[in-house]
Design a protein around this ligand. Sequence first.
Ligand code: HSE
Length: 551
Amino acid sequence: MPVPVIVLNFGHSVLRSLDDYTEAASEIYRHYRQGQNVVAVTSAQGDQTDMLMAEARQIGPDGAAKNLPELIQLGERRSAALLALALERIGAPAFVRQARDLGLKARNATLVNLDVEQLEDDLKNHDIVVMPGHVAIGEKDRTVLLTEGGADMTAIYVAKRLGIKAKLLKDVEGVFDKDPKSAGAAPQRYDRISYVDARKKAGPLVSPKALDFAEEHSIEFDIGTPGIPSYTTIGAKTGTLSPLPAPKKLRVAMLGCGIVGGGVYRRVKANSERFEMVKIMVRDTAKYIDQGYKPEELTTNIEDVLAAKPDIFIDVSGPVEPCLTYCKTLLENGIHVVSANKQAIAAGGQELVDFARDKGAQLMFSSAAGGGMPVLEMCIRERGRITRVEALLNGTTNYMLDEISAGKSYAEALKEAQDKGFAEADPSGDVNGSDAAAKIRLVALLGFGEEVTLEDIPRDTIENFAPATPPKGAMKRIATCWKDMNGFSTKLELKDLSLNNFIAQADGEEAHAIFYFDDGDQYRIRGKGAGRWPTTESVMADLYDISATYF
Ligand code: HSE
């Protein structure tokens, strides 16, 4: 089954500051974790184009200079590189392609060619492709620019050639009956709008040339803003107007504030229109006050957390108890729980999932397995047709095995994994396999509807791993869950894998997984299995999914 793909264009109004690239990467990640591959088309950041134009005026010839596009394209290319870096930070598999690499050609400022096979290959190999908009190759092989707002045109053209949909992301949630920033009665948004009406109502929101091109080729596309699931579709017909539902600002409390908690704290603060951190429960408040947290944000007891009336409780701590009890207490009170605590969730099992449902609260724990690799989303989506899952489920182990195979000692490799924030506070579970085993239990539960205990999972340890000879391929510790005529089984095995194997290609803390389906189909996913930002992003995506239910 082909993987669905979407083209997302990030306009300059949503790329105003460097922080906006983090938000853009989050938007892409949210699509990726829903099972979509993404072509991200970038505009230049804010006023970068004006700055480059000013430089050109100082040095270049007057009038239309043939080499001007060489300079101006750097704005869009810089954006593509920054977005790819932001994606890499959260462990999303991004790959940058330039217009020239993709045979993106223009004549008279209109796109006329794309090497579709190349782009499809890139998507197969990298899942997310980032490319600058507005830039193309013109006559005599020169770089040329499309007209004003050309990144819209790039996104629409690429989507048309791939036979998929483009979504243009701007700083407004779609097309309105009046300027959404104007005074007076609240503006209303169209769910759909025709090309003709869009010319009158969308104003400078969409490049007129892109709109003409879309109309001429009957291409539908969407206009929206990052983080808001609804949007306006531009196409043949105008639909209905409705008031824009404002997202409720959700109160968030957190249990634990270590590597991941610190990341979540920063991202929640950066998304202050949507979320407010109302309480953080830790063992020792003084330690966090020293780190700059405000005393009133911190507590050591769960009663204070409840009194803060959170909408969502985030568990980024490690042990089963008292965390599992706390989660149940919060769920009991109808408070949603987002958990990265794989041991607590695995121990709670189906009973905990049922408990949350009975209390009418959402229980989400994407970050509890796979870090930023959306392995549990895949389990939920495809349950019923999965016959086998092979996955790297512990980033620390993968990192250590690579380093030891390259000549480092076990102690050195472990110390580095701890310093980089991959290992748990007590890393014994990382190396002896109980961390991966808890994640196997979550895959078994969500992907197969099976509850297994730690004792049911045969597992290889990597404690004091020191191979006498270097591996022939790559040493990996693979978690496998499968069902066959003998029933359901799991194991955690150390293997020397051929370098051609997709799982063997995960470097360092990266995680790879292969899903096998009952119709013979396979699906591969990847991400970073551990570390602050990949895991934080996974928590944030759960927060956004909960937030979406409040519109
Ligand atoms: N210690 C864990 C790992 C963190 O290395 O995979 C992510 O769950």
